[in-house]
Design a protein around this ligand. Structure first.
Ligand code: SF4
Length: 325
């Protein structure tokens, strides 16, 4: 007979129910950006330079490095004549202009939904409006969007308090836009504050927070009440992943962000009978499976997926690469 003291397999393991949110993980913009780098390597051969992390995920970046991508922060680090890809977050106009000036062969992996916000910003400024931009200071997407318009044409708003402190050129001639990966709830509160202070403000025609961000937040909300704790797989610099942790916490649920299964602190699971799992838009499904497998080494796990909506969106590749796909 197996001895539970010497044979861990004979020790009955504590049950752990996994409630896995869907949709989770890769969005269409991330999928497209990664594909662009892979196809550029196939087309040009290694190395292909990538300005900034193509998406905010170390696993993805390391996988592309292994295939021949070289990640840099500025174009000055790209040698003359080398191919370069711009990340999914978008870049200021000065970046493609510099690439063109240097005769670099560049590909733009900016998510089409970020590009849409860029075009709206340009159009609004051309029509003489000042823009209030709701976003997080220093995020590459914010830097890229500010870089679509002349300096001073846009004011950054990060909080409701920022709205009270705003000094604008003409309160009758304002519009607002937002970063694509914000908290739906926080943004609604900031937008309400903007409307209160500037009743004449013009709202964007459609929602700027992207479908992937809002779907992932809704999916976490849907599972949170049934969970004792939630784990989000994603990077600390991934805006949409950090927002998922906040969404769970606001439902009163303990939540943590981990990059890989190995980062899990077992103490986090003390007293947890049902664990919610999700992943940010830049985290591949493989990392979710890796976490489930690690949990199964200690617990008797059962898995259940709760799907709140089905995503079918896919974005076209840039011209020239679509034939290679
Ligand atoms: S999170 Fe949204 S905006 Fe960002 S790459 Fe994905 S679809 Fe595009």
């Amino acid at each position: 007979m197996a001895d539970p003291v010497t044979d861990p397999a004979a020790t009955p393991r504590r049950p752990l129910e996994l409630l896995i949110a869907a949709p989770r993980g890769f969005c269409a913009g991330v999928d497209r950006a990664i594909r662009i780098v892979e196809l550029a390597i196939e087309k040009h051969g290694a190395p292909v330079y990538v300005r900034h992390e193509i998406v905010h995920n170390k696993f993805v970046v390391d996988s592309l490095k292994a295939k021949g991508a070289v990640f840099v922060e500025e174009l000055t680090e790209v040698p003359d004549g080398a191919p370069v890809v711009f990340s999914a977050h978008g870049v200021p106009k000065s970046v493609p202009a510099e690439a063109q000036y240097r005769g670099l062969d560049y590909l733009d992996a900016t998510c089409p939904l970020v590009s849409k916000v860029h075009r709206q910003a340009e159009r609004l400024v051309e029509s003489g409006r000042h823009i209030l931009f709701i976003g997080h200071a220093g995020h590459p997407e914010v830097i890229g969007t500010f870089g679509q318009v002349p300096a001073g044409a846009m004011s950054l708003v990060e909080t409701v308090e920022d709205v009270d402190a705003l000094v604008v050129p003409d309160p009758q001639n304002l519009s607002f836009l937002t970063q694509t990966t914000l908290s739906v709830d926080d943004t609604a509160a900031i937008v309400a504050a903007i409307h209160r202070r500037f009743p004449a403000v013009q709202a964007p025609r459609g929602e700027d927070i992207c479908y992937a961000t809002s779907n992932r937040q809704a999916a976490v909300k849907a599972i949170a009440d049934a969970c004792d704790a939630v784990l989000v797989i994603g990077a600390p610099n991934s805006s949409n992943s950090v927002r998922l942790v906040e969404v769970a916490e606001r439902q009163g649920i303990r939540a943590a962000l981990i990059q890989r299964a190995a980062d899990l602190d077992w103490a986090f699971l003390d007293g947890v009978g049902t664990l919610g799992i999700t992943a940010g838009a830049s985290a591949p499904e493989l990392l979710v499976r890796e976490l489930v497998d690690r949990l199964a080494t200690r617990f008797d796990v059962t898995e259940r997926e709760e799907e709140t909506t089905r995503e079918t969106i896919a974005f076209k590749l840039p011209r020239g690469l679509d034939a290679a796909a």
